[in-house]
Design a protein around this ligand. Structure first.
Ligand code: ATP
Length: 271
């Protein structure tokens, strides 16, 4: 069996716009190993989220996956019927988006939302869901007595942790995190990402971490890909991409990281 959990090969995604087709993702290929945190960087509008949606097959019109393959453990997700995709989403591929904290239902207690997801995807009883919710709350550092609270009773950072907890409760093999902490302040952002790394070490899932923040990415990922205008212009180990970038754009991205006093230099981050 291949060590790669995800294999994307020559993926093309178009948007059908008034003027015709606009290719937002062009012949993109990369792999993510089992247990690997892989980073996808690039400026706004370069196609990162379009790839995230394509992997989960959640792309909606006018987006159209016009070519390539996306294999999860060898199975081409682009060939699966919707019915089978529903067994893959959440259960095998978890998703945490930037605005995920707003995706919690404001009218439902968090415990009930855990149950909703766990019951639908793995048939859990109320007792099992409650136990799993408490276990996950413990893991993401929220007191377990709060599982019965409503979303508005938590801070934004806590709500984002809750979404991560719900996502992890199904024990997915791959988690896609698209700017998962951008809406949060830097301290909370760091805390959450440190937890994700700890959890990743315990559970061994793979992560596709999408951000425009290269600094953060260098701290989290060993391998990264850099996108520019729909193309993956560079992919490799962080140190190689930083020290010997093949593409001018990658060099510009690294150089754009401010080196503030007390801010560890990249070489220290990558040590
Ligand atoms: N619904 C849509 N219709 C037409 N074009 C779209 C649509 N959604 C995205 N695009 C275009 O596709 C390209 C890629 O967008 P995408 O959201 O994937 O970029 P991104 O790298 O995730 O950006 P950001 O970091 O700002 O989220 C952009 O040029 C965008 O304008």
């Amino acid at each position: 069996m291949s060590d790669n959990l995800l294999e994307i090969d020559r993926l093309n995604v178009d948007y059908l716009v008034d003027k015709g087709e606009f290719r937002a993702v062009k012949e993109v290929s990369f792999t993510i190993g089992r247990g690997e945190i892989f980073g996808l960087a690039g400026e706004s509008g370069c196609g990162k989220s379009t790839i995230a949606y394509a992997i989960t097959r959640l792309s909606k019109a006018p987006a159209w996956i016009s070519g390539g393959s996306i294999r999860l453990a060898g199975q081409d997700l682009l060939k699966l019927p919707e019915r089978e995709l529903q067994n893959i989403r959440w259960k095998r591929i978890g998703m945490v988006f930037q605005s995920a904290m707003n995706s919690l239902n404001p009218l439902m207690r968090v415990e009930a939302q855990f149950h909703d997801v766990l019951h639908r995807h793995s048939g859990c009883s109320h007792e099992e869901s409650r136990a799993r919710a408490e276990e996950m709350f413990r893991l993401v550092g929220i007191p377990i007595h709060r599982v019965g609270d409503y979303p508005h009773q938590f801070s934004g950072g806590m709500r984002q942790r809750i979404v991560i907890a719900i996502c992890l409760a199904l024990r997915p093999e791959l988690i896609i995190m698209d700017e998962p902490t951008t809406a949060l302040d830097v301290v909370v952002q760091r805390e959450i990402l440190e937890q994700v790394v700890d959890l990743q070490r315990s559970y061994g899932f793979s992560v596709l971490f999408i951000t425009h923040d290269l600094h953060l990415m260098a701290q989290l990922c060993r391998r990264i890909g850099v996108m520019l205008k729909g193309e993956l212009v560079e992919v490799g180990d962080v140190s190689q991409v930083a020290h010997a970038p093949k593409h001018d754009y990658t060099r510009k991205l690294w150089n754009a990281i401010p080196q503030l006093p007390g801010n560890p230099h990249l070489s220290e981050l990558m040590a």
